[in-house]
Design a protein around this ligand. Structure first.
Ligand code: ADP
Length: 295
């Protein structure tokens, strides 16, 4: 079983003629609503990739939470727990100008409100065959509590360092696997690419993967570091690439694939996400993932 403990929210995507200036009231060219959040995206991809996923996420007591419950009910989760908080459901406002520049405003009060007790309770059902996957949207204290509860039950912990909002260094020794993108890895270690992956490993992660966009990814662990080339693709919108990568990687590692084999498939899946617009809308379907794993 894979427990994904992370954020879930609504993305409001608005095409705009230009990004807003101070004091300006801007009329959008349109609007589209979609489910979003790194926790949600990664849980959805992992479930579509065939893992038995329990997705646990803090939400508000509002219509947006009901909207999420309805949408997520159609995903192949083994379990879904949306935990009501005394805060509105998380919301991201994405403005995309005609020149493709964007500006994103994120409200994460529900994600921040998840308590240490709720995080520990979420991990209480884990066992030695299981994995816990986390991102950076929850508070440091809730994240650390969930990790320690999972480790106490013999489960493996995987951490995606996005978004980098608080110091993740103390958590690295708790991780079987850390996945960071190039920017996060450089912020955490002061190094780049393979050197950054090696540094994350030395800082305590049993294995570290640094993703490098079109240049693929590098992994580092006890056996040194390796480069894994990306699947070449005409990039349309890279939003969601990291989430697709993490979701597939977690699902396949849990299913017993080696890291090189899992990384290869995760990168093929991420290339698919990159080849089309949007975040949630661009995530690969279960059928697409089956076809891609068979090839
Ligand atoms: P993030 O989206 O978290 O910033 P990256 O941009 O590093 O992460 O992308 C994650 C993975 O998605 C990469 O390791 C790669 O496999 C794939 N990917 C991202 N951008 C491209 C691209 N332009 N072409 C092909 N694959 C890509």
């Amino acid at each position: 079983r894979l427990l994904v403990l992370g954020n879930a929210g609504i993305d409001l995507l608005c095409p705009v003629p230009h990004l807003p200036r101070a004091g300006e009231t801007l009329v959008a060219d349109g609007q589209a609503r979609a489910p979003g959040g790194k926790g949600l995206n990664q849980a959805v991809v992992a479930a579509r990739a065939g893992a038995a996923v329990q997705f646990t996420a803090p939400v508000g007591r509002d219509g947006a939470a009901e909207e999420l419950r309805a949408i997520l009910g159609a995903e192949p989760f083994a379990g879904l727990s949306l935990l009501p908080q005394d805060a509105p459901t998380d919301l991201s406002l994405l403005m995309v100008a005609r020149d493709a520049e964007n500006c994103i405003l994120t409200l994460g009060a529900a994600a921040d409100a998840l308590s240490v007790q709720e995080a520990e309770a979420a991990a209480a059902g884990l066992g030695p065959e299981d994995m816990l996957l986390l991102q950076g949207n929850l508070s440091f204290t809730a994240t650390e509590a969930a990790m320690r509860a999972a480790l106490a039950r013999g489960a493996r912990v995987m951490l995606n360092t996005a978004p980098l909002r608080w110091d993740m260094a103390p958590l690295l020794p708790l991780c079987a696997l850390v996945v960071a993108n190039a920017g996060e890895a450089e912020s955490l270690t002061g190094r780049r690419a393979a050197a950054a992956a090696e540094a994350l490993h030395r800082a305590g992660a049993a294995c570290a993967v640094v993703t490098l966009g079109a240049d693929g990814c590098v992994s580092a662990g006890a056996a040194g570091h390796h480069h894994h080339p990306a699947q070449p693709v005409a990039a349309v919108d890279t939003t969601g690439a990291g989430d697709t990568f993490c979701g597939v990687l977690a699902a396949l590692l849990l299913a017993g694939h080696t890291l090189p084999a899992a990384a290869k498939r995760a990168q093929r899946a991420a290339a698919l996400t990159v080849s089309r617009p949007g975040a949630f809308a661009a995530l690969p379907s279960a059928a697409e993932l089956r076809a891609l794993f068979a090839g």
